[in-house]
Design a protein around this ligand. Structure first.
Ligand code: NAP
Length: 250
């Protein structure tokens, strides 16, 4: 049987990169997007290819609809099918109170974390829906436990951008359940990736790990395990679920 194809946004580093490599190991072909870090994206593609996958990285800023459409054009041309979408690309910002938020900050946060997830999901549904001639598939949204906790004095905007993704997960799951598409989300807790340094808190995982019931941060690979399960047939009766991957940090 032909290898299935997964599109992972933000696959050059962190959770997206770990998901790409695990998916390749499990027999998927992989298309990843990235924004700036070409060398990191190429390294992920190489790892996937060494595992026997067809793999490709495309530069596409998720804040721009035209670039998302360019990414899907590459998918259609190079792979010709789509079996799973992982809406993973996401950003935080520096720790601020809501009273300090600028319009520019809010627009960036919601364009990348929320609107891009909707646009990518739209393009996936157009290709996967059995009502539109597709073969079905799975969408996995990468949310955050911040959507439960609110992230006060850190980034309430980030938490809200993920809260919207959670609601999209619930609604879209019901909307397309009869069209062969499952839609689920993972809500990671404190995971050891570069995202914390990008928000000006490189020691965030180390600092907050003692508050986690399991008393440690998680790894990108531990989140990838759940994402790849949600992509695959092993989760065939699971849709509309929001799954915490957070060491008990709820
Ligand atoms: P990361 O290590 O900072 O990696 C972010 C990835 O997203 C990179 O591949 C980056 O590409 C890409 N990206 C960022 N902005 C983009 C844009 N505008 N267009 C296209 N790609 C873009 O982050 P991570 O920790 O793996 O986070 C992945 C997801 O998990 C995010 O949605 C995040 O909110 C969520 N999450 C993370 C944690 C955590 O503790 N780490 C917890 C809960 C949820 P470049 O390499 O080119 O920059």
């Amino acid at each position: 049987m032909d290898r299935k194809v997964v599109l992972i946004t933000g696959g050059s580093r962190g959770i997206g990169a770990a998901t790409a490599v695990l998916a390749a190991r499990k027999g998927w072909n992989v298309l990843i997007s990235y924004q700036h870090q070409r060398a990191a994206a190429d390294a992920v593609v190489n790892q996937c290819q060494q595992l026997g996958a067809q793999a490709l990285a495309v530069q596409a800023d998720m804040a721009e609809e035209a670039q998302i459409l360019k990414l899907y054009a590459a998918l259609d041309q190079q792979f010709g099918r789509l079996d799973a979408l992982v809406n993973n690309a996401g950003v935080v910002d520096t720790a601020q109170t809501l009273a300090e938020f600028s319009m520019q900050r809010l627009e960036r946060m919601f364009r990348i974390n929320t609107i891009a997830a909707f646009v990518c999901a739209r393009e996936a549904v157009l290709r996967m829906s059995t009502a539109r001639g597709g073969h079905g598939g799975a969408i996995v949204n990468v949310s955050s436990i911040a959507a439960r906790l609110g992230a006060p004095r850190q980034y309430v905007d980030y938490a809200a951008s993920k809260g919207a993704v959670d609601v999209m997960t619930l609604g879209l799951a019901k909307e397309v359940a009869a069209e062969g598409i499952r839609v689920n989300a993972v809500r990671p807790g404190l995971i050891e990736t570069d995202i914390h340094a990008s928000g000006g808190q490189p020691d965030r995982v180390q600092r907050l790990a003692p508050n986690v019931p399991m008393q440690r941060g998680g790894t990108a690979e531990e989140v990838a395990d759940a994402i790849v399960w949600l992509m695959s047939d092993g989760s065939r009766y699971t849709t509309g679920s929001l799954i915490e991957i957070s060491g008990g940090n709820l």
